[in-house]
Design a protein around this ligand. Structure first.
Ligand code: HEC
Length: 252
């Protein structure tokens, strides 16, 4: 009996044991192996190489739309600008306080001869703000949250941020400059109108940023003004302390 008939197969034997796999199976396996390596290679390549063209974006959803952004040009409008000016007389429905004194702490008058706005800061608290112990306590809370880090608990300009900045500066960090927060209890700050201090909180002054966005409620900002006034009274005659005041000022 020949080997062929004994195995019921026409395929040659390997090492006398297993039949040689058919050609199509070998080809499919080799192609599959190469294909999977190519896939891994392509993935690795895209993972570690850089491209200046945007990545392939399969699912578009509404990610890419025809739209105009601020500072973009638009042919739709005569002046060629996409951003539209506010319509005269528009009133914001958010954070809108019709009481100008409460909202701004100053009044503006237009001087047509000089083409400038003249600003007059209010010298008193708005009528709707009742200056009492509750307002001071509220002001203290807000002051210790938003102002203390720079101005210190006692308002003398030596809060922890200033302390740290001075420390960094003394180590000689190249290019660093730091303006010490003002001593809120000095004569110049005592002489400021209430509206001036209020406006400093809202819009900032010189190197200090405004806190109007962080403290959006005018009542909170006026409470801080009241507390700054209290600090001025309690700090009058004191000289700025060298060490930061580490404790909130005690209030009765
Ligand atoms: C990140 C630090 C920082 C914070 C927080 C900060 N200030 Fe100031 N503030 C300064 C600096 C710095 C100056 C001095 C700016 C200058 O002279 O250029 C200043 C100046 C001032 C002045 C003096 C302005 C004048 O009339 O000359 C007042 C008042 C004041 N800050 C109040 C506040 C109040 C109130 C808060 C909290 C709502 C506050 N600051 C939060 C850094 C800060």
């Amino acid at each position: 009996m020949s080997e062929k008939t004994a195995n019921h197969s026409t395929r040659p034997m390997i090492n006398g044991g297993f039949p040689k796999p058919p050609f199509w199976l070998t080809s499919v396996l080799i192609c599959g192996l190469v294909g999977s390596l190519l896939l891994v290679a392509t993935l690795l390549r895209s993972r570690f190489s850089h491209s200046s063209s945007p990545r392939v974006h399969f699912i578009q959803d509404m990610d890419n739309q025809i739209k105009v952004k601020t500072q973009h040009a638009s042919e739709v409008f005569d002046d060629g600008r996409a951003i539209r000016p506010k319509i005269a007389g528009t009133v914001s429905r958010q954070n809108y306080y019709p009481d100008e004194h409460l909202a701004h702490g100053f009044t503006q008058t237009w001087d047509a001869s000089k083409n400038v706005w003249n600003v007059t800061f209010d010298t008193e608290f708005p009528q709707v703000i009742k200056v009492d112990a509750a307002l001071l306590a509220h002001g203290q809370k807000k002051f210790n949250t938003y102002c203390m880090p720079c101005h210190g608990y006692d308002g003398m300009g030596n809060g922890p941020v200033n302390f740290r900045a001075a420390e960094i500066q003394s180590n000689g960090v190249a290019g660093m400059s730091w303006v010490q927060p003002s001593n809120l209890t000095d004569a110049a700050r005592v002489a400021r109108q209430d509206g001036h201090i209020y406006n400093t909180i809202t819009n900032g002054i010189r190197n200090m940023a405004g806190y109007g966005a962080a403290i959006p409620d005018p009542h909170d900002r006026w409470a801080i003004v009241a507390y700054v006034r209290a600090l001025q009274v309690s700090g009058a005659g004191h000289t700025a302390s060298a060490a930061p005041a580490t404790q909130p000022v005690a209030m009765k």
